[in-house]
Design a protein around this ligand. Structure first.
Ligand SMILES: [Zn+2]
Length: 640
């Protein structure tokens, strides 16, 4: 064992800070808060006006540094409120101001956050220097999001817990390194040679990190549904960090269970992922309860997950353990989806995991990133990695959807689109709204069911993360397609039979693979009528009802509302339109491997059916002459 010559320890950091901070600033204390270092000063204005000392500190310790006023230097809340409302123009439309006494932050909700920030951040700086409180701006969404409101409220009531937690995370991240040897392994816990229950476990001699912890929809048993957290090298209590790439349940559905079995550390993800993940997990519990299934965790664990989540921006480099730095990059898959870049040791090794990603622009998001500072191992998904997975262009796909809908409407039928609440739904909402506006589709109601309304509200809360063109429409032209009058929200399930018996319409409902939810209820009502059409727009995992219907199953025994079994006759047309996928197709996957900079030395293929993973690894070996493999569940691979 060798002891590393480490300069990152807290004592060392404190020494640098007290050396650099001038006496005029009146430094009172230095604290950890998650991955950041917080400097408290009685005269923080001095450090805001003279930024050189802080810049020198950041350069030397290479950590994120936050300056806060010592509680003694903060204005009383009523005084601070008055100063803030004086500084911010009325046009910014502030909807709420919340003071967090624990951290000295003031959270300002406004309809136009740009005006709160001011030119080059000038208003923010004025607020900080005149009140002693550090402002954080949140956009108040034009559609009310229950989840965003409730989580904000909940977190404010748990401030003391959160602050204690952040401090303990900080101490753990900055503990001294014990080893200086190189030993990095990647263990396949779930989502290898299969789609679903994604979980990747990365270990160095000093730290242990889990990326994603999902469930597998349509699984028949717990051994198939959950990642293999039971393997001997995985110990929940020793985990340093959990990273969640995005809010789909096959990546985040089982994260709360970690808290049930002893995890007490942080969850890293983007802000939109935090909101969406909470929503989807709560829905997952709800569906399980309704179906009389045992739930693997409860509300308590979801709440704990919320308090333990540390949201990160794309591109923000963050220490997550003594020897691992994490950076998230846009994955182009759904709102908030991220690729994971891990920098291990000081220049020792780099791993890029794509998560689910789209290497092409969509109406909703910009294409996935392909440039990284370094990348020795690439872990890449391959959902659409087979040679015949050629997806038509977006234009053709949209055309196909509009034509199918038009034919159904002309027949007097109804179109049911079972849909994943996040991503595809919003993409299709944009397409449908435009088609009705341009006259390509007749004016029929578009019913939005399930969680779609809430998810859409979350999209309106983070417009900065959307594709450039869509952002431009929202910010500069005042056109927000999500607020279009063509969408009718169905809030009461008793309206369903009436919709199913009424005139032509389009129904968008969860779940996307007919494993449950309102889509399944509509399916029961609409299936027997040959004028109706069901249109699948996302991947159907093996074992789901959606997959069976797509394969041609015509008689389906399903429980009715009284709990009795009915045999549903499928006479409606069934279509699958692939081009809306938030995944890269085979061509885009290969293009990504070709373009990724720098080129990795090794590629691991995950998140695809067995034949696709093996085939994709083969193709990459042949085309790019790099080492490529398709690990199996239970494998542990040493990469350094
Ligand atoms: Zn996904």
């Amino acid at each position: 064992m060798t002891i590393a010559g480490n300069v990152d320890t807290f004592g060392e950091i404190k020494r640098v800070i007290s050396r650099e901070i001038p006496a005029e600033a009146k430094l009172t204390k230095v604290e950890f808060e998650g991955p950041s270092i917080v400097i408290y000063a009685e005269n923080p204005n001095f450090l805001i006006e003279n930024s050189e000392p802080i810049k020198r500190i950041v350069r030397e310790i290479k950590k994120r540094v936050i300056v806060r006023a010592d509680p003694r230097a903060r204005k009383r809340i009523d005084e601070a409120k008055a100063i803030i409302s004086n500084l911010i123009p009325a046009e910014a439309e502030i909807t709420d101001t919340n003071f967090d006494e624990g951290t000295g932050e003031v959270i300002i909700l406004a309809k136009k956050p740009g005006l709160v920030i001011g030119k080059g951040g000038s208003t923010l700086r004025d607020i900080a220097s005149q009140t002693g409180w550090r402002p954080t701006i949140i956009r108040s969404p034009p559609l009310k999001s229950r989840i965003i409101e409730q989580t904000l409220y909940y977190q404010q009531n748990e401030n003391d817990y959160r602050l204690d937690f952040l401090r303990s995370v900080g101490r753990r991240i900055h503990r001294p390194r014990v080893y200086n040897d190189s030993w990095i392994t990647i263990s396949a816990l779930g989502g290898f040679r299969e789609v679903g229950r994604q979980a990747i476990f990365i270990q160095t001699l000093d730290s242990k990190v889990l990326i994603d912890c999902g469930v597998r929809p349509g699984a028949q048993s717990y051994t198939d549904e959950f990642p293999r957290l039971d393997i001997s090298e995985f110990n929940i209590e020793e985990l340093d960090a959990v990273i969640v790439t995005h809010a789909h349940l096959d990546h985040c559905g089982l994260v709360p269970i970690l808290f049930k079995y002893g995890y007490g550390g942080p969850i890293y993800c983007t802000k939109p992922t935090k909101s969406l993940m909470t929503l989807l997990q709560l829905d997952y519990l709800d569906v399980a309860v309704k179906e009389g299934k045992p739930t693997p965790y409860g509300l308590r664990e979801v709440k704990k997950e919320l308090l333990h989540t540390i949201p990160l921006e794309y591109g923000e480099v963050t220490d997550i353990s003594p020897d691992i730095r994490l950076t998230l990059h846009n994955a182009g898959h759904i709102l908030g989806s991220a690729m994971v870049h891990l920098h291990i040791g000081d220049g020792l090794y780099n791993i890029v995991y794509t998560g689910d990603f789209k290497y092409a622009r969509t109406r909703l998001l910009e294409p996935a990133a392909a440039t990284f500072p370094r990348a020795e191992t690439l872990i890449m998904e391959s959902t659409y990695g087979a040679p015949n997975d050629v997806v038509p262009t977006r234009e053709e796909t949209e055309q196909q959807l509009i034509e199918t809908l038009r034919t159904t409407i002309q027949l007097g039928g109804k179109a049911l689109i079972p849909i994943l609440a996040v991503g595809r739904a919003q993409e299709i909402m944009i397409v449908l709204d435009e088609a009705i506006k341009s006259g390509a589709l007749p004016l029929v109601p578009i019913y939005i069911e399930g969680m779609l309304q809430e998810v859409t509200a979350i999209h309106t809360a983070y417009p900065e993360e959307l594709a450039r063109e869509l952002k431009n429409r929202i910010f500069h032209k005042g056109e927000n397609p999500f607020l279009s009058e063509h969408f009718v929200s169905v809030d009461d399930k008793s309206a369903r039979p009436e919709i199913a018996e009424g005139g032509p319409c389009i129904i968008m409902a969860t779940s996307g693979m007919l494993t449950g939810g309102p889509a399944l209820e509509y399916f029961k009502l609409l299936a027997p009528n040959p004028n109706n059409t069901m249109i699948f727009v996302n991947y159907q995992i093996e074992g789901t009802l959606g997959r069976s219907i797509l394969k041609g199953l015509k008689e389906i025994p399903l429980a009715n509302s009284a709990g009795k079994m009915d045999v549903i006759q499928v006479r409606m047309s069934v279509k699958s339109i692939d081009g809306f996928s938030g995944h890269s197709d085979r061509k885009q996957l290969l293009k990504f491997v070709n373009n990724i900079s720098p080129r990795p030395k090794q590629v691991m293929i995950v998140h695809g059916e067995e034949s696709k993973c093996i085939g994709m690894a083969d193709s990459i070996r042949r085309f790019f002459h790099v080492d490529a493999m398709a690990p199996n569940i239970g494998d542990r691979i040493r990469v350094k």
